[in-house]
Design a protein around this ligand. Structure first.
Ligand SMILES: C[S@@+](CC[C@H](N)C(=O)[O-])C[C@H]1O[C@@H](n2cnc3c(N)ncnc32)[C@H](O)[C@@H]1O
Length: 262
């Protein structure tokens, strides 16, 4: 039995830790505890619950109302790691400035960022979204169609299998814009796969989310050292949780080092 005196001595430390890491507790509570509880209570997956909410609260064919419904659900009900409204605005701005004709998304989850991007693209642009989880892809497909983007292509496979086949199976010559938002450990190998496949041209932009939290240190180290990119970090906070620092890395491919520009 711990004596009350010893317990009291540790109290300031415990209080300090709780205050200091309160946003991480909130994240753990909303992303994990609420999810487990709701999975048992509803018999539905978190993604299916989010979709039910979107179906009830958004207007079909109106992408902004679909994004708004997702944002309300993720801020007030359960956490889902969509890019969210704040970082989403940076993504919107970059897409509108770049006007890319071919866009590749790695990690579609429920289709939030796919809808977000599709509404910013110029007429005739093509969006290829890659999602390896079949259940997530089913929801993403429904969300993308609900928003009215019937021409977007959803590829259900792991990114490292899809990237080498983009040229042969989907007829892509170059990719103008890549949005990376899948597992962080895949960022570096997939970037190198894209380089090796010749799909990046001079000026192709890569935007990688969550490079500070949960973080992609190997990816950032490589980008810094490779000399292949002009790059910057957009400082932000984690989607739907203020108080946890995060950032997105914006890379612009400069072509093959010491050789012909891509
Ligand atoms: C953070 S969520 C994507 C959120 C989405 N981009 C958004 O903002 O709405 C990550 C998703 O990437 C998928 N994923 C992870 N690694 C992948 C890979 N190597 N290939 C394809 N999908 C992957 C996961 O199944 C998950 O659905």
């Amino acid at each position: 039995m711990v004596s009350p005196a010893i317990a009291l001595a540790f109290l300031p430390l415990v209080v300090t830790l709780i205050i200091r890491y309160r946003y991480y507790f909130v994240l753990f509570y909303r992303a994990f505890l609420v999810r487990v509880w709701q999975d048992c209570a509803t018999g539905l997956s978190r993604e299916e619950r989010a979709f039910q909410y979107v179906l009830t609260n958004a207007t079909p064919g109106d992408p902004d109302s679909i994004l708004e419904a997702f944002d309300q659900w993720c801020s007030k009900v359960e956490f889902i790691s969509n890019i969210g409204p704040k970082k989403g605005k940076i993504l919107d701005r970059l897409l509108m400035e770049q006007s890319p004709m071919t866009v590749l998304e790695l990690g579609a989850h429920c289709g939030y960022s796919a809808v977000r991007m599709a509404r910013c693209l110029p007429l005739g642009a093509r969006l290829y979204s890659v999602e390896m989880d079949q259940r997530n892809a089913t929801i993403a497909e429904k969300v993308i169609r609900l928003a009215g983007f019937d021409d977007d292509t959803l590829i259900v496979s792991p990114s490292d299998e899809v990237i080498p086949r983009l040229r042969s199976d989907y007829g892509l010559e170059t990719v103008d814009f890549v949005f990376m938002d899948h597992w962080k450990k895949c960022y570096l190998p997939d970037l190198q796969l894209l380089e090796g496949s010749g799909l990046l041209g001079k000026g192709s932009m890569i935007l990688a989310d969550n490079v500070l939290f949960p973080g992609a240190p190997n990816f950032l180290r490589y980008v810094r050292k490779s000399g292949l990119y002009e790059w910057r970090i957009h400082q932000a906070t984690l989607e739907y949780i203020r108080g946890i620092r995060d950032g997105m890395a914006e890379l612009v491919y400069q072509g093959i080092k010491g050789g012909r520009a891509g």
